[in-house]
Design a protein around this ligand. Structure first.
Ligand SMILES: [Cu+2]
Length: 134
C-alpha cells in the first residue's frame, strides 16, 4: 500500500522530468523529420510537373516565347551583372529584384498566354504560353 502510493506519486515527477528533457529532442526530431519531407515535396513537385528555364542575359529573356504544359515550373535566371525583376503583365507573378545568378520560379497551372516584362527595364518582355492539357 505504502509502496503503491510512493510509486503513483512519483509518476508525475518522472513525467515532468521526462518532458523537460525531451522537449529539445522533440524539436530536433521534428527538424530531422521535416527535412526529408521537404526534400520529398521538392522532388515530387519537379517529378509531377516539368521544369523549364528562361535565361536573362544582355537585357533579353531567352527564349522570348516559351511554350510549356500545365504544371510546369518556369525558372528565370539572371546572368547579367545588373538586377532584373520579372513581373507578369496580369500581375499573376512578380519576382523580387534578381541580382546576378539569382533565380525566380513560378509554376504555371492554367492554360493561356502569359506576358511578362522586367519591371526595372520595361522594354524587356517575354511570353510563356501554357498549352491545353493533353
Ligand atoms: Cu531588367
Amino acid at each position: 500500500m505504502c509502496a503503491w502510493i510512493r510509486q503513483s506519486s512519483s509518476v508525475p515527477v518522472a513525467r515532468r522530468a521526462g518532458r523537460r528533457f525531451s522537449a529539445p529532442r522533440q524539436l530536433l526530431v521534428a527538424g530531422l523529420l521535416a527535412l526529408p519531407l521537404w526534400l520529398i515535396a521538392a522532388s515530387s513537385a519537379s517529378a509531377a510537373g516539368a521544369a523549364a528555364t528562361i535565361q536573362i542575359e544582355n537585357f533579353t529573356f531567352t527564349p522570348a516565347e516559351l511554350s510549356v504544359e500545365p504544371g510546369t515550373t518556369v525558372t528565370w535566371v539572371n546572368h547579367d551583372d545588373i538586377p532584373h525583376l520579372v513581373a507578369a503583365t496580369d500581375k499573376g507573378f512578380r519576382s523580387p529584384p534578381l541580382d546576378t545568378d539569382d533565380h525566380f520560379s513560378f509554376t504555371f497551372t492554367k492554360p493561356g498566354k502569359f506576358d511578362y516584362f522586367c519591371a526595372l527595364h520595361p522594354r524587356m518582355t517575354g511570353t510563356v504560353v501554357v498549352t491545353k492539357p493533353k
